[in-house]
Design a protein around this ligand. Structure first.
Ligand code: URA
Length: 429
């Protein structure tokens, strides 16, 4: 395989063979193919696309660039290990379903080894949220992931160096070569990490809208279909829900605030709302993949999911009884005019959290876990000028001034309510 020839063939719109893709990716992972050739191929893929077959080969090569988790499927006494499942969300503002879903599924008896990410652009990351719990470790080794999943029923941790290392290297290159927003590269990136977990079933939450990676319904549907196709061709049970991200999910945005909202659901203090609706929809899909029928609301009400959450936190070094950090100051952000909320540039809430110090502007930044927003007005809500659009939680007045402006600019207020958008748009798979 001559790398320049592979790049040239893709540049000219020809298909690549499985062997060409595998050798290129494995050569890149080992450092034999330099970054400039990998970047050139990534750009050629952006222009020419990939067939389903090629996307599958790329995903497989990225899985094979590292290790997969080896589960001890034959448990003592000849019992088979319970169904292993995971969920992936393409991310959004206030999207915190993982923190509820993993312990909820574990409480029912599924095993959930959830490998999650940090904030990406304006969207918050599950790992950053969990690290607002004092002591919580998100750097479990693969051996610990397998052991704790078996013992507790769920873990939520970060990607290890062994899982799909080609993706880690390629993603860093894509980030600086304008090749992130390319469907086959996104599919292979997301699916390789999930397939390396070696689970039986995967539920995908593919979001669309102003707070999502995919801004249109059509783009997010194409992504959902492509990911489901790869997963199914890999022999896994996979289903995707396309969900709305044109307004923040839930009532809290920001790391510790979002953990608090999840605890309210897990402890039964909060029993309704869009966050719970999406979480239950994803949970029911996971149960269907596992062939299990359980009333998820009853499981939540029993306290079993809360118990599992505490077990998981303790197993990962955290203290579930430790109080969550709170910000020094609260400020309602006033609406500048009266009317109905017609649109929310939802990603602006994410940038506002970053401006407050609750996300990273560069990889080395530390996070102020307690800042963020609560009770954001949602699409269709009626507001009067001066009424709060959201409540800001902050520690630094200078940063707060920037964040306040971002939130005010995010709201489009008009004379009539906007059309209602479905929370769960479509099921794919
Ligand atoms: N998330 C990923 O893990 N990879 C991408 O390419 C995009 C989003």
């Amino acid at each position: 395989m001559i790398p320049a020839q592979v790049i040239q063939r893709k540049r000219d719109g020809h298909g690549l063979t499985e062997a060409e893709i595998r050798d290129f990716i494995l050569g890149f992972t080992r450092g034999e193919i330099p970054d400039y050739q990998m970047s050139a191929l990534a750009m050629a893929v952006c222009f020419q696309g990939m067939t389903g077959e090629e996307t599958m080969s790329l995903t497989r090569a990225m899985v094979e660039s590292g290790e997969t988790i080896q589960w001890n499927r034959g448990a003592p006494g000849g019992r088979a290990l319970p169904f292993l499942a995971d969920k992936h969300s393409t991310g959004g503002i206030g999207d915190k379903t993982s923190l509820i879903l993993a312990p909820l599924m574990a409480a029912i008896g599924l095993r959930v080894p959830m490998v999650s990410g940090r904030g990406l652009g304006p969207t918050g990351g599950t790992l950053d949220k969990l690290e607002s719990i004092p002591g919580y470790r998100t750097n479990l080794s693969l051996r610990e992931v397998a052991e704790l999943t078996d013992r507790v029923g769920c873990v939520i941790t970060g990607q290890t160096a062994e899982l799909a290392p080609a993706d880690k290297k390629l993603y860093a290159l894509r980030d600086v070569t304008a090749t992130v927003s390319c469907l086959p590269l996104i599919v292979a990136s997301i699916m390789s990490k999930k397939l390396a977990e070696n689970v039986d079933g995967l539920v995908l939450d593919v979001k669309w809208g102003t707070g999502a990676f995919m801004k249109t319904r059509a783009d997010s549907l194409a992504l959902a279909r492509a990911m489901v196709e790869v997963g199914q061709r890999y022999g896994k049970k996979v289903v995707a829900l396309q969900t709305d991200m044109n307004q923040p999910l839930g009532r809290c945005i920001g790391n510790a605030l979002e953990v608090r909202e999840c605890l309210d659901i897990l402890t039964g203090k909060l029993t309704s709302g869009d966050l719970l609706d999406v979480t239950l929809a994803l949970g029911n899909e996971m149960l269907a993949l596992a062939g299990v029928k359980v009333d998820l609301r009853a499981t939540l009400a029993s306290g079993a999911a809360w118990q599992k959450f505490c077990e998981m936190v303790v197993a990962q070094g955290g203290n579930p009884a430790a109080p969550l950090l709170v910000a020094k100051y609260l400020k309602p952000i006033p609406a500048t005019k009266s009317g109905f909320v017609r649109e929310i540039a939802c990603d602006q809430f994410g940038y506002a959290v970053i401006a407050l110090g609750g996300g990273r502007q560069k990889a080395s930044d530390t996070i102020d876990f307690c800042v963020g927003f609560t009770d954001p007005k949602q699409r269709g809500d009626r507001v009067r000028a001066g009424e709060p659009l959201a409540v800001m939680h902050y520690n630094d007045a200078g940063k707060a001034a920037v964040a306040e402006q971002l939130v005010q600019q995010a709201y489009v207020i008009g004379d009539a309510p906007p059309p209602v958008l479905p929370l769960i748009v479509e099921r794919i798979g």
